[in-house]
Write a protein that binds this ligand. Structure first.
Ligand code: NAD
Ligand code: UFG
Length: 338
């Protein structure tokens, strides 16, 4: 069976292509490369020894989507394509609503027309309201997002669950990712952010490799075990395997289901810094800086439903994540760009 992977050249998409091909699925990718490099797909081919089909283009291009469905026998869609920079979404909200919502609307319109209605969507823990009790269950309260990016995830969940409620042929799986980090253990694929990284791990690896002077730890006065922010970091290969499990589930069940993809383990910024230093034996200068606006103290998953229903559990621990992130960065100091 072929899986259409939108945004397949991106960080999570490329790792998922590897796991799909290794599990025997055919892979068709559509990506407009607005935040990725097509070399990632060459690395997918290299690591798997298998071919995939790549269409360079925009998911909002209805004619292109129709062509892709006409030329390939697609059995399921994984919809990664989206813009994800939280800060940019605050300054240019229209761009985010247009890209992230219209891509889903055009995609689902074409899927309905061709009669293939199985879709996995990349949602985020950002849809959970900040004052929920931890750990977060799929039934925890959602909404109250603090930025347009978060709202696009929340609204896309509403769009897809509404469609599945109204039309019983749909199979919708909403995957709420916690904090994906790490890289393929080969060191050939990883995260390659453009500009100054917003997220913790790419910032750490760029400090370690000498591209940035030091890490700013945003706040050490949170109500956590060491005062720094606590998150649920998940290895990108585990996340990718969660998608393979979700494809299997979507092909066997109708309706709409939501799953957390996290480890259930809360890790602070200083836990991360210390583990990275120990595992990789590298220097990692840091300073304590003020809190970053919009950050919450603690966020981690209850992954029980994913384990019980999808049969999926994260296998990698924090040391693996630190080792593989560093292996990618040190072997590719400028990402795919050199
Ligand atoms: P990424 O930017 O590396 O990958 C997204 C890909 O989509 C890129 O290759 C980009 O070029 C492509 N794209 C964007 N808009 C497109 C469009 N209209 N048409 C075609 N291609 C388009 O991001 P990622 O980290 O791999 O994230 C994948 C998905 O997971 C995104 O939807 C993101 O919001 C979601 N997500 C990511 C995280 C995270 O921390 N990385 C957390 C939760 C959810
Ligand atoms: N942090 C630092 N210094 C940095 C970067 C981050 O101390 O340079 C801290 C943050 O304050 C936070 C932790 O590291 O405590 C993690 O921050 P990230 O930016 O890596 O991740 P977030 O949890 O803030 O955000 C991520 C995604 C968002 C998504 C959100 C909720 O980047 O897209 O999870 O799912 F919305």
């Amino acid at each position: 069976m072929n899986v259409l992977v939108t945004g397949g050249a991106g960080y999570i998409g490329s790792h998922t292509c590897v796991e799909l091909l290794n599990s025997g699925y055919g892979v068709v990718v559509i990506d407009n490369l607005c935040n990725s490099n097509p070399k990632s797909l060459d690395r997918v081919r290299e690591l798997t020894g298998k071919e995939l089909t790549f269409y360079e283009g925009d998911v909002r291009d209805e004619a292109l989507l129709k062509k892709i469905f006409a030329e390939n026998d697609i059995g399921c869609v994984i919809h990664f394509a989206g813009l994800k920079a939280v800060g940019e979404s605050v300054s240019i909200p229209w761009k985010y609503y247009d890209n992230n919502l219209n891509s889903t609307l055009v995609l689902t319109k074409v899927m309905k027309e061709v009669g293939m209605m199985n879709i996995i969507f990349s949602s985020s823990a950002t849809v959970y309201i900040a004052d929920n009790e931890m750990p977060l269950k799929e039934t925890s309260r959602t909404g109250g997002c603090t930025n347009p990016y978060g709202w696009t995830k929340y609204m896309t969940e509403q769009i897809l669950s509404g469609i599945a409620f109204a039309e019983k042929d749909w199979s919708v799986v909403l995957l709420r990712y916690f904090n994906p980090i790490g890289a393929h253990p080969s060191g050939r694929m990883g995260e390659d952010p453009r500009g100054i990284p917003n997220n913790l791990m790419p910032y750490i690896t760029q400090v370690a490799v000498g591209r940035r002077e030091k890490l700013s730890v945003y706040g050490n006065d949170y109500p956590t075990h060491d005062g720094t922010g606590v998150r649920d970091y998940i290895h990108v290969v585990d996340l990718a395997k969660g998608h393979v499990a979700a494809v299997d589930y979507a092909c066997k069940h109708k309706g709409c289901e939501v799953f957390n993809l996290g480890t259930g383990v809360g890790v602070s910024v200083l836990d991360m810094v210390n583990t990275f230093r120990e595992v990789n034996q590298v220097e990692l200068p840091y300073v304590i800086a003020p809190r970053r606006p919009g950050d919450i103290a603690t966020c981690y998953a209850d992954p029980t439903k994913s384990r019980e229903v999808l049969g999926w559990t994260a296998q990698h621990d924090l040391a693996d994540m630190c080792r593989d992130s560093w292996n990618w960065q040190k072997n590719n100091p400028m990402g795919y760009g050199e």
